[in-house]
Design a protein around this ligand. Structure first.
Ligand code: NI
Ligand code: MN
Length: 223
């Protein structure tokens, strides 16, 4: 059984039978979230290098002895910060003890905290105990999402809806259709004034397509 906890912004914790993994751990966005309480944290995934996604990854990886998986340039940066890393590119399954993941195209920029080149931005698809979870990262609507449906048929899709830097609610609703997941969870909204979103409108647009829209409050868990 897989538990998906929404930490806030784009940060999620996926808890499997034996371990937990974190995606885009900008955990400081949620003062109630305490990563030190995670029993076993094996892996941290980064969609790209921007501060609201890299978040506290370096600190968490060191304290919890977790491995950071990221696109080559970003992984090298994390390695220079003395973290254990796995560097990857887009396009192939990467195997883990708890399952596997594949980095997929996202249309967005990516840079290191010092402004340096962080490689390309990614969406990440996880295959965990038979559940396929697609984390879009930061991206605009793009036709690669149709391929995601064709190749992977995710069960759950986490989609940014806040606009300005990513899809807005209207484009994210189209993305939901293209990706074809049974359940869609909105992320990347409300954190800053520039990414406010009409959640009810998003839920309506998604539900018209017979897709379940699951709006999670910070700390809420989707099983
Ligand atoms: Ni970004
Ligand atoms: Mn972002």
């Amino acid at each position: 059984m897989v538990d998906l906890k929404y930490i806030g912004h784009s940060a999620v914790e996926i808890k499997t039978k034996d371990t937990s993994i974190l995606v885009d751990p900008y955990v400081s966005v949620n003062p109630n979230y305490d990563y030190t309480k995670i029993e076993k944290l094996s892996d941290i995934f980064l969609t790209h290098g921007h501060g609201d996604h890299l978040g506290e990854a370096i600190e968490i990886a060191k304290k919890k002895k977790a491995t950071i998986t990221a696109v080559f340039e970003l992984a090298k940066y994390c390695e220079e910060q003395k973290c254990k890393t796995r560097d990857v590119g887009l396009g192939s399954w990467i195997n883990y003890e708890w399952g596997r993941a594949v980095f997929l195209p996202a249309f967005h920029s990516s840079s290191l905290p010092d402004g340096g080149y962080a490689g390309c931005a990614a969406s990440i698809l996880f295959d965990v105990e038979g559940v396929r979870i697609y984390h879009a990262g930061d991206t605009c609507l793009n036709s690669e999402m149709k391929i995601v449906k064709e190749l992977y048929r995710p069960n759950i899709a986490l989609l940014p809806i806040g606009g300005t830097y990513t899809m807005d609610v209207e484009h994210a609703a189209v993305a939901a259709q293209w990706i074809g997941a049974q359940t869609v969870i909105p992320i990347h909204y409300g954190t800053f004034p520039s990414i406010q979103a009409d959640l009810q409108k998003f839920a309506q647009l998604v539900q018209i397509q017979n897709t379940n829209c699951c709006i999670l409050n910070p700390d809420e868990i989707k099983q």
